[in-house]
Write a protein that binds this ligand. Sequence first.
Ligand SMILES: [Zn+2]
Length: 194
Amino acid sequence: MTWDRSSTIALAKYHCSRCHGLGMLFWAYHRPRPCPCVLRTIFHACLTRYRHAQARKEEEYCADFVLLAKRILDPWHFRLFRIHFLGGRPWSRCIGPLRTNRGFFFHCVYRVQEILGRALAELLPYPLWPLDHYFHSNHTLGPLGIVWRPQSTQHYRAIDPDRLPSSNPNGRPRGLNYHIHTELRQAAAAHAKE
Ligand SMILES: [Zn+2]
């Protein structure tokens, strides 16, 4: 996924106060980056597709979606993701089990949407976004689980391949291992059904 105006403008919120509908943020001395409103749009498109896929028993997509969240979020944020986004519980029934309050809960909701929106589009080698490419590309390797261990389970970290140390001789970014792993897939599918 290359982030540029042509890929983000259609996804941006028209009245976004940060990007004013352009979908990109331009800061001095920084590379242009996608606006959070774009990342949230991507996340919600993939979440909607997940609900649709569950109804049709498209287990591979469901597993990839849940696995990605599980790899990237720390356990607490993943629990929020599971009960609020996958389970569809309203905030009032989430803050009890998560031991938090309404304000903090919604901060975390935005954070999860933005982190996952970015990861869904940037996942290598096969991002889930754009969904058309995911469902209609002719790669034959099957779905991939991304195995990645954050240094600390207390902090989520989005995968940003650009910030990783330089590539290994085999061309993959160091620190990221891609596994074609049936067990992982099944575990995530079972997880999603819980
Ligand atoms: Zn925006």
